[in-house]
Design a protein around this ligand. Structure first.
Ligand code: GLY
Length: 352
């Protein structure tokens, strides 16, 4: 797979990416190398990483607990403390090896430690390969509110090695697939059709195309002042649903992708009401999403709480919920509004 060049860093693919990483480490002459892992990636991904990455620099492994509930400032404190105890300095490198929690949190830890040290992302889940690790967003959650604290900071390099996908569950793969579907609906419908119409897909091709799309959007609008908001298609309602299921002890937490998939169905409904997105495509999206993700029951009594959570979305301005909606596939509009009544209807549409 060909290297994709982001604004300030390359995204390398496959085993040759480790040679590039080795060259980077010797060229930059880092004083030490830290690797951030969680329990899962330490066991399942770190051995492969060590086999393929060759360096004479001292390497320190820092392990955190796996899971979104640990994506918070307390975990960052732990990592900053360990780095300090181990003598990290401004010429240290932090390599993040893991899913979105590790790459988002690790990027934030690195970009704030001693006012910023270099970091390299090695995403190991589909979600982090096609979205979280690319584009310079770093940060942590504030309670159940996702990614409320963070900074834009670019890694020195991203290594995409699809072999790590063998270490994650089918549910995790489905979660990442939702982001690929997102790029399909907004930029390249072939991605959605490929997933919708086939049981077996060439995942490496889908990853490469997804990153190409995300990278083009981020190059145009790195700080999300405008067009980058398109990457939140399905996420406004999706994040509300995700946070609600996370904070409610009576509900089983959803993966990010499962929640975003629900969000895409609801926002397709809003698109048809607000912008005239074709109704048959709304039905096509609902059918495909339910086929892939199954049906989640969202009680009518849950709707208002979900809408309240949506009011914390970072894209909102002056308390108004801000949506990306579709005129048609590959034809989106940012900064759209929808009444609470319509949002309620869209959740009811998903439920029906
Ligand atoms: N995950 C959305 C973005 O990176 O902008």
């Amino acid at each position: 797979m060909t290297t994709i060049n982001a604004a300030t860093y390359p995204i390398h693919f496959d085993e040759k990416a480790y040679n590039e990483l080795t060259s980077l480490v010797s060229k930059k002459n880092y004083s030490s190398v830290f690797i951030l892992v969680d329990d899962n990636t330490l066991e399942h991904c770190y051995p492969r990483f060590m086999q393929l990455f060759a360096t004479v620099k001292p390497i320190e492994v820092i392990q955190i607990d796996a899971g979104e509930i640990h994506k918070n400032i307390e975990t960052c404190m732990g990592v900053w403390n360990v780095m300090t105890e181990l003598g990290a300095d401004r010429k240290s490198l932090l390599i993040t090896l893991g899913g979105g929690v590790i790459t988002d949190l690790g990027g934030f830890v690195a970009s704030t430690f001693k006012r910023g040290i270099d970091f390299v992302n090695i995403p190991t889940t589909l979600l982090s390969m096609v979205d979280a690790s690319v584009g310079g967003k770093t940060g942590v959650d504030l309670g159940v509110l996702k990614n409320q604290i963070g900074v834009f900071a670019n890694p020195e390099m991203i290594v995409i090695d699809a072999e790590y996908l063998h270490t994650v569950s089918a549910r995790e793969i489905r979660s990442g697939t939702a982001e690929i579907i997102k790029y399909g609906m907004t930029h390249d419908i072939q991605l959605f059709n490929e997933i919708k119409d086939n049981d077996q897909v060439n995942i490496v091709d889908l990853i490469h195309r997804s990153i190409e799309i995300k990278n083009e959007v981020v190059i145009e609008d790195p700080k999300e002042q405008g067009v980058r908001k398109v990457l939140n298609w399905g996420h406004t309602i999706g994040h509300g649903v995700e946070s609600y299921f996370l904070e409610n002890p009576k509900k089983e937490a959803l993966t990010h992708g499962e929640a975003i998939a629900i969000g895409m169905v609801c926002e397709a409904y809003l698109s048809s009401k607000v912008l005239g997105f074709p109704k048959e495509k709304v039905s096509e999206i609902k059918e495909a999403i339910i086929k892939i993700y199954g049906k989640v029951t969202i009680d009518k009594d849950d709707f208002q709480s979900i809408i309240e959570l949506m009011k914390h979305d970072k894209k909102n301005v002056a308390g108004e919920i801000n949506f990306v909606l579709l005129n048609d596939y590959e034809d989106f509009k940012i900064n759209c509004k929808a009444s609470e009544e319509l949002i309620n209807e869209s959740l009811a549409f998903y439920n029906a």
